[in-house]
Structures are given as structure tokens and as C-alpha cells.
Write a protein of this length. Structure first.
Length: 329
């Protein structure tokens, strides 16, 4: 019998283990065009918190009692689909479970770039694409820019740091705790702020960005966004990628420096990574090359076993990961 995680109840505030339940699911015979996949790697991502709320959004809410979805990499164990063979590694969205039965049209063969397959859930997958297009397209970041990025030790943030350095930018990261900050420095960041050290962020940012910032890559929102507004140079560009600080609280953010958007002509643009899916080839070319040459460091925090999915997911909100948070099944 296959197993899957379901949302047992919708969280109010920070999710707890009670919001999740591990259920048995049927393992049906394949219909024409379907494949059976043994999942090896499961992704947990902050956007999943939004899917736990019963609200209209760019992705539909998880359905209570049904298997949850998420990025996964697995191996085909049975195929009724032309062109897909037993043993092929595929990337798909039927995660949060050990076995998936899906139409082959909903799976993508893992590209043969000579890197570990789980990289396609991280730096070579959705978070990597988010970093790449968010920085270079949404924020129009260019060599010489001073870039500030929050959650810089996470999957998206640590990739932003490295792409920005590869492209000749000055990078300031922020992360929680000395250990994470040291790691972000080791990736090449020119300065790193520990936002948990008790000093107001605006003070810390002003100290390391005496000439202001040209780009802000926002993963956090709240005080980070406010400090970036306070230090933004004229015609600075903000890529609003995520606001994890408010995913559990929904609390409004006080932006004391919001009026600077006007005088400094700041361009603020939100985006969803799927806007750039049609340009995946471009992304694989440049990122694949950097990864193969060793120019990009890939870091993963791995939880073991399907049972650990809720722990891995909840860890995203308490800083439990360096690089990409993954579960190995
Ligand atoms: P991460 O790997 O960065 O994990 C989340 C990290 O956020 C934690 O490790 C923690 O790091 C930090 N964090 C958690 N809570 C807070 C808080 N209250 N204040 C400050 N930092 C906090 O996740 P991802 O790289 O996958 O995602 C990063 C952001 O990008 C998220 O906001 C996500 O929603 C967004 N995103 C947006 C996409 C889009 O298409 N727009 C696509 C993918 C991601 P620390 O220990 O440093 O606090």
C-alpha cells in the first residue's frame, strides 16, 4: 500500500503536526498513458503554506483528506506510456507521497546534465529558476549593482548570491545566525547581516551599504523590505519574490520608508517563477554550466523518510535549512 501526506485541518497561524496526517492510498492498475513512480526525493517549499489556506490564489488550496502535492523526483517502476521506460528518472508534482501514478504528460524526464537528480528540485529547479529570472529579469540586475538579498542562506537566496557574484555584482545577504552568515560569506557575499542579532536591520544595512543598494531581492518582507526601501538608491529595482515573515501571521507590515518609492523612483515588481517556464532552456544552459564547472555551490538539508515531511516543512519557518530543504524517501 502506498502512503501520502494529507492536510487534516487548515492551520491557523504556524502549522503544527496536528494539521497533517499520513494516509494509505490505493495503488491502482495503470491506464494507458500513465506511469508509476517510486519517489526518491520530495521537496518542501514555503509557497505550500499558502496552499494550506482556503483562499483564491495563483495555486489552488490543498484539499483536506486528499494527498498533498509538491515537487518530486522519482524512478519509473511501471509504464503504460510510450517513450517512458522503467528506470527513467522523472520530475513531477505528485510529491508528499512515496508512490505516484500520473499521466506521463505530467512528468518531465530529468535532464541529462550530469548532476544529482535532486538538484532539479533546488538550484536546477523551481528555486534556482526563481533566483535566476528574479534577479536578472525582474530586478534587471547588472554588473556593478549593489544587490541586497534576504533569506540568503536558503534555496533561492543562496542561489541569488552566487548568480550575482558570477555576474560581477556586489552582494549583501541577510540570514539568521552566525553559522548561516558565515556560510553565505563563503559563497562569495561581500557582506552578510545577521538579522537575529538584535541590531535594527536598517542600521546594519546602512553600515555595510554606505553607498546604498541598487537591487533588493525580497524573500522575507517586513523589516527587511522596509530597510531596503530606506537604503535604496535612485531607480533601484526590487524583485518581490516572497514574504515568508508574514506567511503564518498574515500580519500587515509597517513600512516606514514607503514614501521613498516616490522620490527615489523605485521600481517594485512581484513575480511568480512560472512566468518564466518557457525560458527554461536559457536557465539550464547557464546554470548547468556553472554547476558542472563547480562555480556554483549546491547545499541541501536532507530529512530522511516520508514520515519526516512535516518536520522538514515546518523547519522552513524556523530556519532549519541551509540551501534546499529536501526529504529523501
Ligand atoms: P528557503 O530555503 O529560503 O527557506 C526559508 C528560509 O526563510 C528559512 O531557512 C529562514 O532562514 C527564512 N525565514 C523563515 N522565517 C523567517 C522570518 N520570519 N524572517 C526572516 N527569515 C525567515 O526557502 P526558498 O528558498 O524555497 O524560498 C525563499 C522565498 O522565496 C520564500 O519567501 C518563498 O515563498 C519565495 N519563493 C517565491 C517564488 C516565486 O515564484 N515568487 C518561488 C520560490 C520561492 P533564516 O534562518 O535565515 O531565518
Amino acid at each position: 500500500m502506498a502512503q501520502a501526506w494529507t492536510l487534516a485541518s487548515r492551520p491557523n497561524g504556524t502549522p503544527t503536526h496536528d494539521n497533517f496526517a499520513l494516509i494509505d492510498v490505493a495503488s491502482p492498475a495503470l491506464e494507458p498513458g500513465q506511469i508509476r513512480i517510486a519517489n526518491h526525493w520530495l521537496s518542501v517549499d514555503p509557497y505550500m503554506r499558502g496552499r494550506m489556506n482556503d483562499v483564491k490564489s495563483y495555486t489552488p488550496p490543498f484539499v483536506l483528506g486528499e494527498p498533498m502535492q509538491g515537487g518530486a523526483v522519482g524512478e519509473i517502476t511501471e509504464s503504460a506510456a510510450e517513450g517512458f521506460a522503467v528506470g527513467d528518472l522523472v520530475l513531477h508534482m505528485a510529491g508528499w507521497r512515496d508512490e505516484a501514478v500520473i499521466p506521463a504528460s505530467q512528468a518531465q524526464r530529468v535532464p541529462a546534465l550530469g548532476v544529482d537528480p535532486q538538484a532539479f528540485l533546488g538550484q536546477l529547479g523551481m528555486p534556482g529558476m526563481t533566483a535566476y529570472f528574479g534577479l536578472l529579469e525582474v530586478a534587471s540586475a547588472k554588473p556593478g549593482d549593489v544587490v541586497f538579498v534576504s533569506a540568503a542562506a536558503g534555496a533561492v537566496g543562496s542561489t541569488v548570491v552566487q548568480i550575482a557574484k558570477a555576474k560581477g555584482m556586489t552582494v549583501i545577504g541577510s540570514a539568521g545566525g552566525a553559522d548561516k552568515c558565515a556560510w553565505v560569506s563563503s559563497l562569495g557575499a561581500d557582506a552578510v547581516i545577521d538579522y537575529k542579532d538584535g541590531t535594527p536591520l536598517i542600521k546594519q544595512l546602512a553600515a555595510v551599504a554606505p553607498n546604498g543598494i541598487d537591487v533588493y531581492f525580497d524573500n522575507v518582507g517586513g523589516e527587511h523590505l522596509d530597510a531596503a526601501l530606506g537604503l535604496a538608491n535612485e531607480r533601484a529595482r526590487f524583485a518581490i519574490c516572497g514574504m515568508i515573515e508574514m506567511y503564518n501571521t498574515g500580519a500587515p507590515t509597517e513600512l516606514r520608508f514607503a514614501a521613498r518609492i516616490i522620490g527615489a523612483r523605485i521600481r517594485i515588481q512581484g513575480f511568480i517563477v512560472s512566468d518564466y517556464m518557457s525560458r527554461a532552456g536559457e536557465f539550464y544552459n547557464e546554470m548547468g554550466g556553472w554547476l558542472q564547472s563547480g562555480q556554483l555551490v549546491r547545499e541541501e538539508t536532507i530529512h530522511e523518510g516520508l514520515a519526516s515531511m512535516p518536520d522538514a516543512f515546518l523547519g522552513l519557518f524556523s530556519g532549519g535549512n541551509k540551501g534546499k530543504m529536501l526529504v529523501r524517501v
